[in-house]
Design a protein around this ligand. Structure first.
Ligand SMILES: [Zn+2]
Length: 269
């Protein structure tokens, strides 16, 4: 049995963007090429909740893969979803609730603060279209820099809003920016989630903690043959465990930078 499961992380599927956002956008044509590779290789895309459920039941298929999208941007409904439906693929969308129906203001530094978000009506219709709706906090903070009470409010408020709008339990979570600590992961588990995704730019190991699932950032530069290399294990390393020394140093750097900028992260609701 394969020791790893690829969990792909996309943000925008669209044709154009600010150059600073380039890493986070994949054209619709390129996205369809990626999905063609998955179909031709016989992969079975699962939602994150399903992946974890089947992993825990010991029934995860050999060809399992997950396709995830962060943020809840309108281009998901406009471009990505019709292509996913053409292939009959399940996916998971993690929604930042504080900006639904508005624009992705937290992306202003990347020149995309006006990028439109999905509306609540569009989000509520997703479960019937083979999309799991997951949570991604309310205002997209770096959770590992927040005080515990603020982090808990971000996590719980986003979940409650989503559940009120879609009328079902929200099981999966994605850490904004991929940042978490043991405390943050504990808060996510206590809030009633079953799974949470981080960003590790590596393949998820089978048996990895369901609250630290590793995802691979898929960029617009990825060609179909790079996707094949990834699936053949020639491209992406297996993700390291979270909280290694390098992650801790990077967190210290971000903490200092936010303190010196006089802009400690705040909770915006
Ligand atoms: Zn995000």
């Amino acid at each position: 049995m394969s020791a790893t499961v690829p969990i792909l992380m996309y943000h925008s599927v669209d044709d154009s963007c600010d150059p600073a956002y380039r890493r986070w956008i994949v054209s619709p044509e390129r996205f369809a090429e990626h999905l063609s590779v998955l179909r031709d290789r016989g992969y079975e895309p699962l939602t994150i909740a399903n992946l974890v459920r089947r992993q825990q039941a010991g029934s995860l298929p050999e060809n399992a893969i997950a396709i995830t999208f962060d943020d809840g941007l309108a281009d998901f409904g406009r471009h990505a979803l019709p292509i996913l439906e053409r292939f009959g693929f399940a996916s998971t969308l993690f929604v930042t609730t504080g900006y639904v129906g508005e624009s992705a203001r937290w992306l202003a530094d990347l020149g995309e603060g006006d990028r439109p978000m999905m509306t609540w009506d569009e989000i509520a219709a997703l479960p019937q279209r083979n999309v799991e709706v997951g949570a991604h906090t309310h205002s997209h903070p770096q959770l590992d820099l927040l005080a515990e009470a603020d982090a808990r409010r971000e996590i719980e408020h986003g979940k409650a809003l989503l559940e009120a709008h879609i009328g079902r339990r929200v099981e999966s979570f994605a850490y904004p920016h991929g940042y978490s600590t043991p405390m943050v992961r504990r808060l996510v588990a206590r809030a009633g989630f079953s799974a949470a995704c981080r960003v590790a730019d590596g393949l998820s190991r089978r048996g990895e903690s369901p609250f630290a699932l590793s995802r691979l950032i898929v960029t617009g530069e990825w060609t179909a043959s790079q996707m094949e290399d990834l699936l053949d294990g020639r491209f992406a390393p297996v993700a390291p465990a979270p909280d290694r020394a390098a992650m801790q140093a990077w967190r210290l750097y971000r903490r200092l930078r936010s303190a010196f900028a006089g802009s400690r992260p705040t909770v915006a609701f």
